[in-house]
Write a protein that binds this ligand. Structure first.
Ligand code: 6PG
Length: 248
């Protein structure tokens, strides 16, 4: 069974488009419960493309974009116009299409050397976000993906120490390509008010099941250590990623 804790929620949609619509509606509802700036960290990779297109096409008038501040839970250390840039993907598919100002968009400064970029992003997060009693910046909504290997943000299985790193952001290394990345660390992820795993596709089902069923194998998966301290955790999954296991 999934953890018995009450702050874990599972939202299922038949297909990615339905899951992303449920997430888009969730964002509308969560923003309505708050006032002032709404700080969202967008995930990278390919999964969120469906969400970005949906927000652009159907939620331009449903969201007060003047409140939305955009951040990234991780970023590849490539130029902002590089095809692998998480920022570029979000900018092209969403941020260039909705009424947000440059002062609401907070990308990682990838023109800097990785360590300096990580420190600068840490300072920016501390300056722009409210802090919790541990002095950690608190995102209103932290949208995360999960890789086939169970990584999340850019916390990979070979760098599990980033889950407990005392820094706000750190430099990570992709296990295959060696690509340097800046990632928020585990404590910052878990400081978020609401954490969303947006995970779709059958190839993720095994790891999702290991995590939600608290299997021993999940001990090796960084995504299994995402457990908000005081916030809420939501898994937004399509049927393929949720798998055909018995209801949890
Ligand atoms: C990144 C992401 C990473 C991603 C997962 C899932 O920079 O790649 O932040 O954590 O969310 O790898 O990627 P897909 O959505 O492409 O499966």
């Amino acid at each position: 069974m999934a953890d018995s804790n009450s702050n874990l929620h599972i939202v299922i949609g038949d297909r990615p488009a339905e899951v992303c619509k449920k997430l888009a509606d969730f964002i509308v509802d969560d923003m309505a419960e708050k006032t002032g700036p709404y700080h969202i960290a967008w995930s990278g990779g390919s999964t969120p493309k469906v969400l970005f297109r949906l927000l652009t096409e159907d939620y331009k008038d449903k969201i007060d974009w003047s409140r939305v501040h955009s951040y990234w839970g991780d970023e590849r250390m490539v130029p902002p116009d590089h095809e692998e840039s998480n920022f570029r993907m979000c900018r092209e598919l969403l941020l260039d299409q909705v009424p947000v100002g440059d002062d609401q968009i907070h990308p990682v400064a990838t023109e800097l050397v990785p360590d300096v970029a990580a420190s600068a992003y840490s300072e920016m997060l501390l300056e722009n976000l409210p802090a919790n009693e541990d002095g950690l910046p608190v995102l209103d909504l932290n949208i995360l993906g999960m890789g086939d290997d169970g990584h999340t943000a850019s916390i990979f299985p070979h760098q599990m120490d980033l889950l407990t790193d005392k820094r706000i952001c750190a430099v990570a290394t992709h296990p295959e390509s060696g690509q340097k990345r800046v990632t928020i660390t585990g404590p910052v992820i878990n400081a978020s008010a609401k954490i969303i795993f947006l995970v779709t596709g059958q190839r993720k089902a095994e790891k999702v099941a290991q995590i939600l069923d608290s299997k021993k194998a999940a001990d090796e998966l960084p995504a299994a250590y995402v457990k908000p301290n005081r916030g809420e955790l939501y898994w937004f999954l399509d049927e393929a990623a949720y798998g055909d296991t018995t209801p949890r």
